[in-house]
Design a protein around this ligand. Structure first.
Ligand code: SAM
Ligand code: SF4
Length: 469
């Protein structure tokens, strides 16, 4: 693959961002209120407004930001949380990312990838737990080209176990060329996710010293090529801890604006993982710009307010207490019951840590996570209906179309959650979950919809599957 970046220039105005962030004075209360009100009024914030939020240091004003994000989440999206699992396909990698356990120079990493039979076993293990949505994860290696990615996606969709099936496969892999994206699009993926890691170019160069990933512009324009290859469902992200998190939030915003200006569609999801320890990787133990828990909460709330119409993904990298808290501020998707060693779902062995990219903060099972979500009054959802009904940009529709959440998202969440409860839940989760579903159905204001959901739920209990609106 020729990585041609001739004629491209960075759309991240680094000096301008630094300048905005140097205005360290807190914005006054009125300005802050206006900015939050603009977001609640369903408008994306400008870089200047976002920088004003990032410059807040006063504890009371910080609390207002958290509350603003919470209000936005509740008012627009309600209390659904979509669940998925990561599935690591192969950890061979030609890059040398300073923070990653898979980097080529790490002798501690046990290299492997799933043979087709192993991939099938992994998918069956995930389906038998109740998963319906996966993200497939790959190192960057000539063996993992677009055709290989497409084959693995097809295998996942074809693999069924009992009543289980995977209904949406997302991808987290190296940026491809346009033709490569076209091939991957052809096998029916959901989101293609690429994290820029850091939008600060000098830092980017330092932590990606060699390999194809050292090409900042090739990566920065990766999702442009995805669009040109026909994929309009994109995930962006920054790895928090490489550089000042405030700069990264601005980078995510500028990336969003760039995609909107160029293609008329912004990213579907934003990810903001913090660096976790990884075997053989001192850098990850002591990240140069480690983000504190308090800053992390602020970061989540500010992203929610700045780009109010994107999905926000929070992974099991984070410890349970943080996960539970930041759900309030706008997170829409979490993974659960995750294993991040190649082959770990079907057969965990002594090598597991050496096959993993980093160490997870939340190791609860899917059933435990679901039980606790219900205790927190969140509706766990495995919904994939927009993707399957050809409605792309589901998150944007939830945001932009009045009544969309009531007509589609909540009913679909309840039906997919009902399937999970009937097929996979422990006794305590079943009992708590069914009580929640009954409460939620009773609260549906539209008579026709209330009846339709009740009828479909009865059919699910009688053994029928896969209903969606
Ligand atoms: N190899 C591809 C790439 O780098 O884009 C695809 C996926 S990589 C396996 C997934 C993501 O994991 C990376 O984009 C990076 O942000 C994140 N990651 C790497 N090392 C990490 C660490 N120590 N802690 C947390 N996240 C990490
Ligand atoms: Fe390879 Fe991705 Fe890890 Fe970098 S982050 S070493 S590209 S797997």
């Amino acid at each position: 693959m020729k990585r041609d970046v001739d004629g491209l220039t960075s759309f991240i105005p680094a000096a301008g961002i630094e300048e905005l962030l140097q205005k360290k004075a807190d914005p006054d209360t009125y300005l802050l209120r206006d900015i939050i009100a603009k977001s609640l009024d369903k408008h994306r914030l400008s870089p200047k407004e976002t920088a004003a939020l990032l410059n807040v240091h006063d504890p009371e004003l910080k609390q207002q930001i958290l509350e603003g994000a919470h209000t936005l989440k509740e008012r627009i999206y309600g209390n659904r949380i979509v669940l998925f699992a990561p599935l690591y396909i192969g950890n061979k990698c030609v890059n040398d990312c300073a923070y990653c356990g898979f980097r080529v120079s790490n002798p501690e990493c046990a290299r492997s990838e799933l043979e087709t039979a192993q991939l099938v076993s992994e998918v069956i293990a995930l389906e038998d737990k109740g998963h319906k949505r996966l993200i497939l994860v790959y190192g960057e290696h000539p063996d993992y080209d677009a055709a290989y990615i497409a084959r693995t996606v097809e295998t996942v969709y074809q693999t069924k176990s009992g009543k289980g099936e995977i209904r949406r496969v997302n991808i987290n892999a190296a940026p491809l060329d346009v033709e490569g994206f076209r091939i991957v699009k052809g096998c029916g993926i959901g989101t293609y996710q690429i994290f820029q890691e850091t939008y600060h170019e000098p830092t980017y160069r330092r932590v990606h010293p060699r390999g194809p990933k050292s090409n900042f512009l090739w990566r920065l324009y990766g999702l442009d090529r995805a669009m040109q290859g026909g994929i309009d469902d994109l995930g962006i992200g920054a790895l928090m801890g490489l550089y000042d998190w405030r700069f990264e939030v601005m980078g995510l915003l500028y990336h969003t604006i760039h995609l909107e200006d160029t293609f008329g569609v912004g990213p579907h999801t934003i990810s903001f993982p913090r660096i976790e320890p990884a075997i053989g990787t001192d850098f990850a133990q002591y990240p140069p710009y480690a983000v504190s828990d308090d800053d992390f909460k602020q970061l989540v709330a500010i992203i929610r307010l700045a780009v109010p119409y994107t999905g926000m993904i929070l992974t099991a990298r984070e410890p349970i207490a943080i996960r539970n808290e930041v759900l309030r501020y706008g997170v829409s998707q979490i993974d659960a019951g995750s294993s991040i060693g190649v082959g770990d779902y079907a057969a965990k062995d002594d090598e597991s840590v050496r096959k993993s990219q980093f160490v997870l903060g939340d190791t609860r099972t899917l059933d435990e996570v679901i039980y606790e979500l219900v205790q927190g009054d969140y509706i766990p959802s495995f919904c994939t209906s927009c993707y399957r009904a050809g409605r792309t940009g589901e998150h944007f529709m939830e945001f932009a179309i009045p009544g969309f959440v009531k007509r589609f998202c909540t009913p679909n969440a309840l039906l997919t959650f009902g399937e999970y409860l009937v097929d996979y839940a422990s006794h305590r989760t079943y009992e708590a979950g069914m009580r929640m579903i009954e409460r939620q159905i009773a609260a549906i204001s539209d008579d026709g919809m209330r009846q339709a959901v009740s009828e479909k739920l009865a059919l699910i209990q009688a053994g029928k599957r896969d209903f969606y609106f």
